[in-house]
Design a protein around this ligand. Structure first.
Ligand SMILES: NC(=O)c1ccc[n+]([C@@H]2O[C@H](COP(=O)([O-])OP(=O)(O)OC[C@H]3O[C@@H](n4cnc5c(N)ncnc54)[C@H](O)[C@@H]3O)[C@@H](O)[C@H]2O)c1
Length: 259
């Protein structure tokens, strides 16, 4: 366990923690003392993330789970109760990208993106809220997106799902306030993860596309998973104990306008 110990004694669920942003958040929470449930449908990489945390001296377990299934969300919460006695932090990070212009967007694709990105946040929150309340309070952190704030072509389902997450976060903040449950959201612009690498890889010229992403960000680079993890840990920590209901952009200045 880490000497820093900002989360010593805390128990966390991080959904989608087998990859990218979720993995970085889970690893950093564990490094700072939390016991972390790696909840992901990816049974290839999920166990490796938990094993890596163990190897680094932290405590974690992997649970195969699909956030679109309420039974799986309940199992996540039950698992934290039986392993570690309760739940303090819920990170709703699992998400999928993709999409097409609305005129070409298949209903199945719309349903899948909305199910994972928005309904998954509702289902996990519904399952987790009683456990957070039972500990006398806690924190929910939802990974939304800058796409919930500014639109882009071919992102209809994704942008709508993330805007929904932002509004759901505010409702959770209000509903949880009197039980000392805070709920906040992060809205990252492009972050270098396998999701973005897959997106770039589908472009005719991936390298040019990757450079193009950077060019639209005033700070001149895309985000790293560490950028997101640092903000996530702040909002989950007691240092943010008077912050609830916010949707924090992590955008290298993009919302300010063009540099
Ligand atoms: N990478 C970016 O540029 C970026 C920007 C803004 C927001 N986000 C959001 O950040 C979150 C993480 O994205 P990432 O870039 O790390 O992607 P990623 O593809 O690297 O990781 C996503 C993880 O979610 C898991 N997952 C997907 N569907 C699931 C389901 N139904 N149940 C359980 N787990 C599931 C995947 O198995 C994967 O491990 C997503 O919500 C994404 O929308 C990403």
């Amino acid at each position: 366990m880490s000497a820093e110990g900002r989360f010593t004694g805390k128990v966390a669920i991080v959904t989608g923690a087998a990859s990218g942003i979720g993995r970085a958040v889970a690893e950093r929470l564990a490094r700072e003392g939390a016991r972390v449930l790696i909840a992901d449908r990816d049974a290839d990489n999920g166990p490796d993330v938990a094993a890596g945390i163990h190897a680094a001296g932290g405590e974690a377990a992997y649970l195969p789970a699909d956030v679109t299934r309420y039974d799986d969300c309940r199992r996540m919460v039950d698992e934290t109760a039986s392993r570690w006695g309760g739940l303090d932090l819920l990170v709703n990070n699992a998400g999928v990208g993709g999409g097409a212009p609305v005129a070409a967007l298949e209903e199945e694709a719309w349903d899948h993106i909305l199910d994972v990105n928005l309904k998954g946040v509702y289902l996990c929150s519904r399952a987790g809220l009683p456990a957070l309340a039972a500990r006398g309070g806690g924190a929910i952190l939802n990974v939304a997106s800058i796409a919930g704030l500014i639109a882009a072509p071919a992102m209809g389902a994704y942008a709508a799902s993330k805007a929904g997450v932002m509004q759901l976060t505010k409702v959770l903040a209000l509903e949880g306030a009197r039980q000392n449950i805070r709920a906040n959201a992060l809205c990252p612009i492009w972050v270098d993860t396998p999701m973005v690498r897959r997106y770039v890889g589908r472009a005719p010229d991936p390298e040019q596309t990757f450079q193009g992403l950077k060019a639209r960000i005033p700070l001149g680079r895309i985000g790293t998973v560490d950028d997101v993890a640092a903000a996530a840990l702040f909002l989950l920590s007691d240092e943010a104990s008077f912050i609830t209901g916010v949707a924090l952009p992590l955008d290298g200045g993009a919302l300010c306008g063009s540099a």
